[in-house]
Ligand binder design. Sequence first.
Ligand code: FE2
Length: 295
Amino acid sequence: MGRAAVADIKGKGFSELDKETKTNTEDTNKNRNTTCSDSRGKKSRRQQKKMVHPVQRLFNACKDVFASAGTAFVPPPHKIQLLSALLDEIQPADVGLTPQMPFFSPQVTQRAPTIAYLHIHECEKFSIGIFCLPPSGVLPLHNHPGMTVFSKLLFGTMHIKSYDWVVDVPSTSAVVDPSQTQHPEVRLAKVKVDSDLTAPCKTSILYPADGGNMHCFTAVTACAVLDVLGPPYSDPEGRHCTYYTDYPFTKFPADGQVSIPEEEKDKVAWLQEREKPEDLMVVGALYTGPKIIGN
Ligand SMILES: [Fe+2]
């Protein structure tokens, strides 16, 4: 308090000063009460936030983020950020997983290792689930038509190869011998990601038209991936899961409409539709993590 303010108070009568002091004290108390209740409110909100389980928070956020999801829906950037931040924080223990669980044991078999899928939630707007891959498990190249997908590697190392369609060249028709295959058409795609991902790492996001909408996961070590799909696959709504084989660009002669510089040729590939791989075994397993309220 400055000198002028002290002089002002000294110049006032006691009653006036008393009234002012009383009013000031009341205000101060009011402020103190407000501050106390604010801080109590903040504390209780913090406690509540702590008490809400990370998977419940993820579910609640998905309900909001995908409220109007339909084919080709892309959430606004701030909501993408919110969902990624929630996923980034989720640990294997939050979903009831440990790398020692039987899903992740090496499998001695001639077939491709079996992958387990733990279903957490699915509605018309979004789905949440976990793929559990033993070492060498492969989720073959497949697409996510009109979908935005968040993938959080919970533990382990996984190789990701992903593609997006090349759209800035005329529709391509490479020359494929129709007698050699059920699906003679191939389409040019550009490589988006071709690298190993090791947990802990940030959430990967793919979009309807970019970010690597077609991807293949190969378990370098046992690993688990928490997937959020918005909207989920739906045959009636045209969001059918299609599998592909990828071929090097040099495998088929292009029809003359496509010209790829020599140094760029390893960054593109021909993708050809295929039936669901016969040796792909994805089995449903029980999610044993925390229950979600409102599921
Ligand atoms: Fe996928």
